[in-house]
Design a protein around this ligand. Structure first.
Ligand SMILES: *[C@@H]1O[C@H](CO)[C@@H](O)[C@H](O)[C@H]1NC(C)=O
Ligand SMILES: *[C@@H]1O[C@H](CO)[C@@H](O)[C@H](O)[C@H]1NC(C)=O
Ligand SMILES: *[C@@H]1O[C@H](CO)[C@@H](O)[C@H](O)[C@H]1NC(C)=O
Ligand SMILES: *[C@@H]1O[C@H](CO)[C@@H](O)[C@H](O)[C@H]1NC(C)=O
Length: 457
């Protein structure tokens, strides 16, 4: 679809308070960010190696074509915390990494040249993202005196001078005023800057994204199943109030997919699929140059049908439609236990009358899980006068295989911590016009990045 038509549709779909409406993040952003892999010890050369890995066409997609992660959409590469020179002798009185004029002070041992790093990204067709308001050495600037505004201004200027095109604004330091960030990013940058708002305690969260494009709903993700399921669960409140939509996505943190010493393959599948079906941004954080890891996860992160579910948007961001009453108690963050339903069923309409359904088993043993068609939002059983029955085609999107036509329900045995992922499609025989019109109404947006994805086929 031509860009002009897309923006016209968005203009009608949103009011000014909904989002920034600057054309960014019309679909959930895809990319890579440094925290889960490098934590507090990241260097320029490591990021450059990741950039090279993101564009290297070393693997085939399911149609036999060599593709890179960026070809699949993961083109935004972000630097996380610890680029700063904490405790710099050049820091102003009371500050850790800002000088007296409010300029950020970079740890030049780790990052000899931010400009070179972002130039490298650009030369590869990637975009580079920065990080601010950090936790590693936060500066307790003073709002009343104008000190914070000065820092926000100089940080924004530095972002543009360094050549970054996106920013994660964390919730640790005092530079939390997103209105001011927006003011100065707009002032210094010719093009819109993609902004992640990373403060789950902001009381205004879920009330639109006037100054940012996606927002963190959870605590920091950890590399275990309890944390994955906990963070996934935090999206639900936002989707229930329709607070996650183009230009304003609820985000459950970076992916732990392929990060060493954490999830087994079943849990990895559940993690990726869970983020995909709730329209969370998909931000990888593993070593993209590690062949052994890539062997294990390639089929998951390169699954075009699952990426398609994530990128589709027809007025509904996707979420839970049914859960078990029984819960599993899991150890969370080493102390407080959390309760996760033994099973959870999630769904998301993806256009053309198709609905994606994820059946997640959190029990310690395999379970038979059942998708009851009549229970699933946007699965329309009155279509084509089916009478008391509800017939749908079921497609397994892990395996890319059509399983056939099913009446009323579909059941499958799912391993512990694994998830079945299907798309239901109506048989489409005839069809009465009222219902067809309703369905067309759901297909507001033909997503440009989804079309790019399909072009790879
Ligand atoms: C791309 O991957 C190949 C095979 O793993 C490797 O030999 C090559 O150095 C990589 N290229 C870059 C630019 O990283
Ligand atoms: C930055 O890149 C330029 C041009 O490639 C090079 O001459 C310079 O040494 C680099 N600087 C740093 C600090 O890496
Ligand atoms: C942010 O800064 C602006 C301008 O100084 C001020 O009007 C506004 O109240 C501040 N917002 C918050 C949430 O502190
Ligand atoms: C949810 O909000 C978006 C953005 O305002 C809107 O386009 C969409 O139609 C809404 N969906 C529902 C089901 O109300």
């Amino acid at each position: 679809m031509a860009p002009i038509l897309l923006s016209t549709l968005l203009f009608f779909a949103h009011s000014a308070v909904d989002g920034k409406d600057d054309g960014l993040a019309l679909t959930p952003p895809l990319g890579w960010r440094s925290w889960n892999l490098f934590v507090g010890n990241v260097h320029q050369y490591e990021l450059v190696a990741i950039m090279n890995g993101l564009v290297n066409r070393t693997r085939k997609n399911r149609f036999g074509k060599l593709v890179s992660l960026c070809d699949l959409g993961y083109c935004e590469v972000g630097l996380d915390d610890t680029w700063q020179a904490c405790g710099s002798p050049r820091a102003a009185e009371g500050m850790h990494y800002h000088d007296a004029e409010g300029n950020p002070i970079v740890n030049s041992d780790r990052f000899p040249s931010m400009e070179n790093m972002t130039e490298h990204a650009k030369s590869l067709g990637l975009t580079a993202g920065w990080y601010s308001n950090n936790c590693a050495c936060n500066d307790h600037c003073n709002f009343e005196s104008g000190e914070c505004e000065m820092q926000i201004r100089q940080d924004s200027k530095a972002l543009v001078d360094y050549g970054f095109s996106s920013l994660k604004i964390d919730g640790c330091g005092n530079e939390k005023n997103l209105t001011l960030w927006d003011k100065y990013l707009t002032k210094f940058s010719k093009k819109p800057i993609l902004v992640e708002h990373c403060d789950k305690n902001d009381p205004l969260l879920g009330q639109g994204c006037p100054t940012y494009h996606f927002y963190r709903t959870s605590v920091d993700i950890r590399n275990n199943y309890a944390s994955i399921m906990h963070n996934l669960g935090t999206i639900e409140a936002y989707r229930a109030t329709n607070s996650s939509y183009p230009g304003c996505w609820a985000y459950a943190d970076m992916l732990q997919v392929g990060v060493r010493h954490g999830l087994n393959i079943q849990e990895t599948r559940s993690h990726f699929a869970g983020w995909a079906i709730v329209s969370s941004p998909l931000i990888l954080s593993h070593d993209v140059n590690d062949k052994e890891i890539t062997d294990k996860i390639w089929d998951i992160i390169s699954n075009d049908e699952i990426l398609g579910v994530n990128q589709a948007y027809v007025g509904e961001s996707g979420g839970v439609y049914d859960t078990a009453i029984q819960t599993i108690v899991m150890d969370f963050e080493g102390n407080s236990p959390i309760f996760i339903p033994e099973y959870q069923y999630l769904s998301k309409p993806i256009g053309n009358g198709k609905v994606a359904v994820l059946l997640m088993n959190s029990a310690d043993e395999p379970r038979t899980l059942t998708a009851n068609f009549k229970q699933i939002p946007y699965v329309d059983c009155s279509y084509d006068n089916q009478g008391s029955h509800c017939d749908y085609l079921v497609r397994d999107i892990w395996k890319h295989s059509n399983l056939g036509r099913f009446r009323d329900s579909w059941s499958v045995e799912v391993e512990s911590h694994d998830a079945a992922f299907i798309v239901l499609e109506h048989l489409g025989i005839g069809g009465d016009s009222d219902q067809n019109e309703k369905r067309k109404g759901l297909e507001l947006l033909r997503l440009d990045s989804r079309e790019k994805l399909m072009a790879l086929v």
